[in-house]
Write a protein that binds this ligand. Structure first.
Ligand code: GDP
Ligand code: MN
Length: 331
């Protein structure tokens, strides 16, 4: 007979039955990196930095995902970087490629138009596959099911400061901003009308819209850095949101990014205090850097970034809107 409560599978509990030397429990968490074999050098650099700044003291495992097999050379070069467990996974075909329900003629015409208009990744099918996978499938990948939390990393990013606390113990969080979504907001509004039961009280709609939800201001959290609880993505509210959007075909007829999809979902389906901005994590993804500014975060992190070049209060940043909504100090 088992004494595990029947309503909670062990893989979904908050922590593994492991603790650090200081007695703090280790979160049931993994780094997740989606990349190609050709991203090897850039992936090595990202892992080297997160190991040096954080994970050599914490030992969280890595999960690397790709739509084709990683080469032996790739695996060897990655495994040597860390003492933590590393798993390499192939993405099931139906979680990656353009579904048959998409009208390829229509999708092709949209790609050609976007390319003519000079929209970044406008012509790319693989980029669209990636955005759809990151929106609706990574948290359902077989290697991810045993984890509850993840920290997303990309090739070629930089961690500028020591991370002296375990960020998995701060609730759910996400990051910064970007834009390719002419009809997305209309579908979001339709979804909210159809499913008012999924819309959270005290949500962060004020970050997305300055007119009470009528129009979208294009603010979003960058998803290339994201630490979150997959119970949210796996919840009926988000699954129904993703399925609804996926049925509209906009991942292929337009070029909906996983960043706005994740951001809009979190801002609407969650109470806003569930979203956390990590000031203390100095982070760079071309072309922007976030450099810590509050209190002694910059000194405590022995940061290598220049605070004066931090993106947050650049005119293109939505940070000031976030601070205002959350009642945070804004400099
Ligand atoms: P950007 O940040 O929007 O410019 O997009 P990236 O090129 O950085 O892609 C986002 C993430 O998806 C990164 O982790 C990439 O390594 C990964 N990625 C993008 N396209 C592909 C692809 O075709 N196959 C695989 N396996 N990974 C991809
Ligand atoms: Mn990127």
């Amino acid at each position: 007979t088992s004494t595990t409560p029947s309503n909670q599978s062990p893989s979904l509990s908050n922590s593994l039955n492991e603790t650090f030397a200081n007695g703090q429990p280790k979160a049931n968490a993994t780094f997740v990196i989606l990349c190609r074999n050709s991203d090897l050098e850039a992936t090595v650099k990202s892992i080297r930095e997160i190991e040096d700044r954080f994970n050599r003291r914490y030992g969280y495992p890595y999960t690397l995902l790709n739509e084709v097999d990683f080469t032996d050379e790739f695996k060897n070069r990655i495994r040597v970087l860390t003492a933590a467990p590393v798993e390499f996974g192939v993405i099931p075909r139906d979680q990656w490629y353009q579904p048959d329900s998409i009208d390829e003629e229509k999708a092709k015409a949209a790609r050609e138009k976007m390319q003519k208009d000079g929209i970044i990744y406008g012509e790319s099918v693989s980029y669209r596959n990636m955005c759809r996978f990151n929106s609706g499938y990574f948290f359902r990948h077989p290697l991810m099911l045993k984890y509850r939390w993840y920290w997303r990393i990309e090739p070629d990013v930089h961690f500028h400061c020591d991370i002296n606390h375990d960020p998995f113990w701060f609730t759910i969080s996400m990051y910064e901003y970007e834009s390719t979504i002419p009809t997305l907001w209309r579908h979001v509004k339709e979804f909210m009308k159809l499913h008012p039961e999924h819309v959270a009280q005290d949500n962060a709609m004020g970050f997305l819209s300055s007119d009470d939800g009528n129009t979208y201001n294009l603010c979003h959290f960058w998803s290339n850095f994201e630490i979150a609880d997959m119970e949210f993505w796996r919840s009926p509210a988000y699954m129904s949101f993703f399925e609804y959007l996926d049925q509209q075909g906009g991942f292929y007829y337009e070029r909906w990014g996983d960043a706005p999809v994740h951001s809009i979902a979190a801002a609407i389906l969650l109470p806003r205090e569930k979203i956390h901005f990590f000031d203390e994590i100095g982070y760079e993804h071309n072309p922007y850097t976030h450099c810590p500014k509050l209190g002694t975060n910059w000194q405590d992190g022995r940061c290598s970034c220049d605070q004066a070049k931090s993106f947050d209060y650049n005119g293109y940043s939505c940070m000031a809107k976030w601070d205002k909504l959350m009642g945070l100090p804004s400099s």
